[in-house]
Write a protein that binds this ligand. Structure first.
Ligand SMILES: Cc1cc2nc3c(=O)[nH]c(=O)nc-3n(C[C@H](O)[C@H](O)[C@H](O)COP(=O)(O)OP(=O)(O)OC[C@H]3O[C@@H](n4cnc5c(N)ncnc54)[C@H](O)[C@@H]3O)c2cc1C
Length: 408
């Protein structure tokens, strides 16, 4: 089988790229391979614990290629404000205009797969890549079931242990974080549509709204604490999470005002844990290869940006490949790929640096505790600075201003 673009990994990032390229109608053949069978819809009324938060820019891009409307509206959580506060002082920021959408990973993949069906793009699954050979004009791929494929461009969208990255000799830099993460679904008292993040002495705890009064919990802490939380009985867990959310701050600085915390009343799913790492591929592109999503980079999920960075990769790579296709360029043309690689490195480094400085400000130095709480309150009272933060979090600076598939 001969393709213009062969995408290895049909998860949330790879299937989205296939939708964008297919929708543009600028390519003769797009192929997708995934090691796992396609997820099936269970219509479980309880949300799945694996969810992502999407920024307005991610939603805008998904709408432009027709995948967003395929996610059932009843399974999308939306928040229009976020409360951030910490264990030490009483500094608090409320981003009242901070829109975000919370969606189960499996619903995103299903929407993309439905769109691929409409666009008549086949996903070969479940099958793994066995070997990749790169020549000057083509890349040759052998699958574990013996099928042989060739392509002008291979895209690694195969997650943090990327086979494409490793087979093509692209090294990576990796620094484990001192945190593991735990996720689960809980119910909270009352129906609120606000997102919460409390920075505890041991790491951040986030609660993201889904539907009814279901919330997704993402709790980051040293591995031994996460192990204890995962093993805790439901009642103990509920006590611990409510304590973590509502325990009084250690100092009344800089405001005396009381912070209103959500109250967890039920745990609704199993708890899952994950190790975290800051990882970068040494290069996001090379001759006839591009990496997107977790194959190229992973960050701490603290700011809920991990998958959004993958969406920005897809928007930029698809746009650049479409620009090339419009002037008859081979999709494996390195100059075009490098334009994508440079842009992606830019926003990835920026967001990783922001996260690193937030984590540093939580080191055990009292002056930093004061500075942090003072900064929360000051930012909260300075509309221009607050707007600048919100603008960066919205993601519109990181995606193309105009998509090549839009009709003019
Ligand atoms: C606890 C936690 C919370 C998170 N919360 C958020 C959040 O709120 N917001 C956010 O934006 N991000 C969040 N993230 C990050 C987000 O989940 C990831 O960035 C996202 O899943 C990456 O998607 P991906 O498609 O690039 O990779 P993956 O999801 O890893 O998909 C890779 C795909 O490649 C396939 N594959 C692998 N190897 C092969 C092979 N050899 N051959 C064929 N196929 C292969 C796999 O089957 C899989 O389908 C969170 C992460 C964690 C750990």
């Amino acid at each position: 089988m001969i393709s213009d673009v062969l995408i290895v990994g049909g998860g949330m990032t790879g299937s989205l790229l296939a939708c964008a390229l297919g929708y543009s109608k600028l390519f003769t053949k797009i192929s997708v391979i995934d090691a796992l069978p396609s997820p099936v819809s269970t219509n479980n009324p309880i949300p799945d614990p694996r969810v992502v938060t999407l920024t307005p820019a991610s939603k805008f891009f998904m709408s432009s290629i027709g995948t967003w409307d395929l996610i059932p509206e009843t399974r999308i959580g939306k928040f229009s404000s976020m409360q951030i506060w910490d264990y030490y002082g009483t500094g608090e920021i409320k981003f009242e205009n901070s829109s975000g959408w919370v969606v189960e990973n499996k619903e995103l993949v299903q929407a993309n797969l439905q769109r691929l069906k409409d666009l008549e793009i086949e996903v070969l699954s479940p099958v793994k890549v066995k070997a990749i050979t790169r020549k000057t004009r083509k890349v040759f791929v052998e699958l574990e079931d013996g099928r042989k494929l060739e392509t002008s461009l291979i895209v690694g969208a195969d997650g943090k242990e990327s086979k494409v990255r490793n087979e093509l000799g692209i090294g990576n830099w990796c620094k484990p974080y001192p945190h593991n993460g735990m996720v689960c679904i809980v119910k909270i008292e009352g129906k609120l549509n606000q997102a919460y993040q409390r920075f505890l002495q041991t790491g951040p705890l986030a609660l993201l709204p889904l539907w009814e009064n279901y919330y997704s919990v993402v709790w980051s802490a040293p591995p031994d604490i996460i192990d204890t939380l995962v093993k805790a009985f439901d009642n103990d867990f509920i006590t611990q999470i409510n304590l973590a959310l509502s325990s009084p701050s250690l100092a009344s600085f800089p405001n005396q005002s009381e912070i209103i915390s959500p109250k967890v009343i039920e745990i609704c799913t199993e708890k899952f844990s994950f190790p975290y790492a800051l990882m970068y591929a040494n290069s996001f592109v090379g001759p006839r290869v591009a990496l997107v999503g977790d194959a190229a980079h992973t960050i701490h999920p603290m700011a809920g940006q991990g998958y959004n960075l993958g969406v920005y990769d897809v928007a930029n790579l698809a746009n650049i490949l479409c620009q090339g296709a419009k002037i008859g360029r081979d999709p494996g043309h390195l100059a075009f790929l490098q334009a994508y690689g440079n842009k992606s490195k830019g926003y990835n480094s920026l967001l990783a640096e922001v996260e690193e400085s937030i984590l540093l400000s939580y080191s055990d130095i009292k002056a930093l505790h004061y500075a942090r709480n003072f900064a929360y309150s000051t930012i909260g009272r300075m509309p221009l600075v607050k707007d600048a933060f919100q603008k960066a979090a919205n993601g519109f600076d990181f995606i193309p201003q105009k998509f090549e598939w839009e009709k003019t």
